[in-house]
Ligand binder design. Structure first.
Ligand code: SF4
Length: 450
């Protein structure tokens, strides 16, 4: 029995797909990269932008002939297109789809498969296997010997109301997972070879805020930092308003937590931020970046920018460019505003920045960011950095620094999953190249030599 999962969208979707794969592996299915070979096909969808939604609609429609050819095949649609409340329009549009699942919930597919007549002879065996392994994340077999890094959701949903954002409507209110469940999942991943976990949440630094007197992000990080065999921890995405001093102190103090902070600003002008309902000002953000750099002097900082939000004038946009030039952050995820049905901005604000102007602004942001990151990365030249080796890519080893910089190097030894010190010999805006510093056994005991 084989399954195929098609995923679009954010890292939360990647983590959700991994979870679905895990549940299917428990039921005895194995991954296939070929859609037509799969007995179970899962589409994990994103609706953050119209283009992502169009892609999912296109792919879902294209599966009809496969279902007609083999009616026993199961097709499942999950993610933000379905949403936490379900979407009756989808059932009408795609009668060939068997299961509709909200984000992060593989349950409906598992129940469907366990209840299917074609599996009835195997039900007892499958149910036993499922019960025994329930709760542990079994990495899908095709990834089992490949994964050095994994994503672990720690907070589902979001209770904020940024006016442009469809996520709260589709992923529901904020729900933090218990520390014990997360730690158990991380231990299970580590037992299967994972060395680095990235903790995920729409507002990850609000972890635990929804639980009265509950644990907070620093508490969670301290628990995970003590897990034997786990070597690195990252977390994303943070909201500027919840990045407390205690959290930054904890990141600085815990050796496994990487110097890597993702904290979107979205726009560089107070009027646009107010219209977005982000609940901070440009000055608040400036002070935050200053605070991050005081606690973590060499940290990699990533931000997000939306250009062409309703009412964004040239002066507002110039504020964004000025702020990026001033703060010089390592990564800027940029996107053009796209009105999403059901959001406040789509309901009450005119999408009044023409597409070609949005594109011009996007290009300017990207061009500026390329200059900034080129300048930042040049500083790595001649330095030695610790790289966790993830995989081979076109004959070169590929890995990341603690600050999330991509590094390539050549070496004939099998270094997958090892932390290796690399002397940086070339640095471009998107990646760096270098060679192993000293012997591997020496280099994995070292951290960062300045
Ligand atoms: S914080 Fe705002 S942008 Fe982020 S998921 Fe929540 S509503 Fe969306």
């Amino acid at each position: 029995m084989k399954y195929h999962i098609w995923t679009t969208g954010c890292q939360m979707n990647v983590a959700d797909s991994q979870r679905v794969g895990s549940e299917l592996e428990k039921l005895g299915y194995h991954f296939t990269p070929t859609v037509a070979d799969a007995d179970v096909i899962v589409l994990n969808t994103c609706v953050v932008r119209q283009s992502a939604e169009n892609k999912a609609y296109g792919f879902a429609s294209s599966l009809k002939p496969l279902k007609t050819a083999d009616p026993h095949r199961t097709i499942a649609l999950m993610g933000c297109m379905v949403g936490v409340r379900g979407n009756p329009r989808l059932k009408k549009a795609f009668p060939h789809i068997d299961v509709f699942m909200p984000p992060s919930e593989p349950g409906p597919l598992v129940n469907h498969l366990l209840g299917k007549e074609t599996l009835s002879e195997k039900d007892a065996e499958l149910k036993t296997r499922y019960a025994v392994q329930d709760g542990d994340l079994i990495l899908p077999m095709h990834e089992q010997h490949n994964l050095v890094t994994a994503h672990v959701p720690v907070v589902y949903g979001c209770s904020h109301v940024c006016t442009y954002c469809i996520i709260p409507a589709r992923r529901g209110i904020e729900r933090s997972r218990p520390v014990g469940d997360i730690a158990r999942e991380v231990r299970s991943l580590v037992a299967q070879g994972v060395k680095e976990v990235t903790l995920l949440g729409q507002i990850v630094d609000r972890y635990g805020f929804d639980v009265p007197d509950g644990p907070r992000m620093p508490d969670l990080l301290r628990v995970l930092n003590d897990i034997d065999g786990l070597e690195r921890i990252r977390f994303l995405t943070s909201h500027p308003n919840y990045m407390s001093d205690e959290l930054l102190e904890t990141v600085a103090a815990l050796p496994k937590v990487c110097e890597h902070i993702e904290v979107p600003i979205q726009a560089g002008h107070d009027e646009v931020l107010a219209a977005m309902k982000r609940e901070y000002t440009v000055d608040d953000y400036r002070r935050l970046i200053d605070r991050i750099r005081r606690y973590l002097p060499d940290t990699g900082i990533a931000t997000d920018i939306i250009v062409g939000f309703p009412g964004e004038t040239e002066a507002h946009f110039q504020g964004t460019l000025d702020l990026l030039a001033e703060l010089k952050m390592d990564v800027c995820h940029s996107a053009m505003y796209s009105p999403r049905e059901g959001t406040v901005s789509a309901k009450i604000m005119a999408d009044d920045v023409p597409p070609e102007e949005k594109k011009r602004r996007l290009d300017l942001v990207n061009q500026l960011q390329e200059e900034i990151v080129t300048e930042i990365n040049e500083k790595y030249m001649g330095k030695t950095v610790e790289v966790l080796v993830e995989d081979l890519h076109r004959g070169k080893w590929k890995g990341r620094t603690r600050t999330n910089k991509l590094v390539f190097f050549e070496d004939t030894r099998d270094l997958k999953g090892q932390r290796v010190n690399i002397d940086i010999e070339w640095a471009g805006p998107w990646s760096m190249r270098g060679k192993v510093s000293g012997t591997v056994s020496e280099s994995i005991t070292l951290t960062l030599a300045a």
